[in-house]
Design a protein. Structure first.
Length: 90
């Protein structure tokens, strides 16, 4: 990072040749006007109603992804868990 102590930079010359576009201006009352004075209808976000029910799952699983195998925490075998373990307690 370049630091110049007590330096004053004149940026007016850098921005004098930039293009200006007809961007709408919103005044204090919420009225949208163009630079030429044309009044537009007020800009508001679209009304989006949430659909009823639980939101859908957006995650798309990778088609080549291997499924995780379940391991038992009691006997350390695969393909079942502790609740369904049929091996005797040791």
């Amino acid at each position: 990072m370049l630091q110049i102590p007590n330096a004053r930079v004149d940026l007016r010359g850098l921005f004098s040749n930039t293009e200006t576009h007809d961007m709408p201006i919103v005044d204090d009352h919420g009225v949208v006007r163009s630079i030429t004075g044309q009044v537009f209808l007020s800009l508001k976000p679209p009304h989006a109603k949430r659909p009823p029910g639980r939101p859908r799952k957006k995650r798309i699983k990778f088609q080549f992804q291997d499924k995780q195998t379940v391991h038992c925490s009691r006997c350390h075998m695969s393909s079942h868990n502790r609740k369904t373990c049929k091996n005797p307690l040791s």
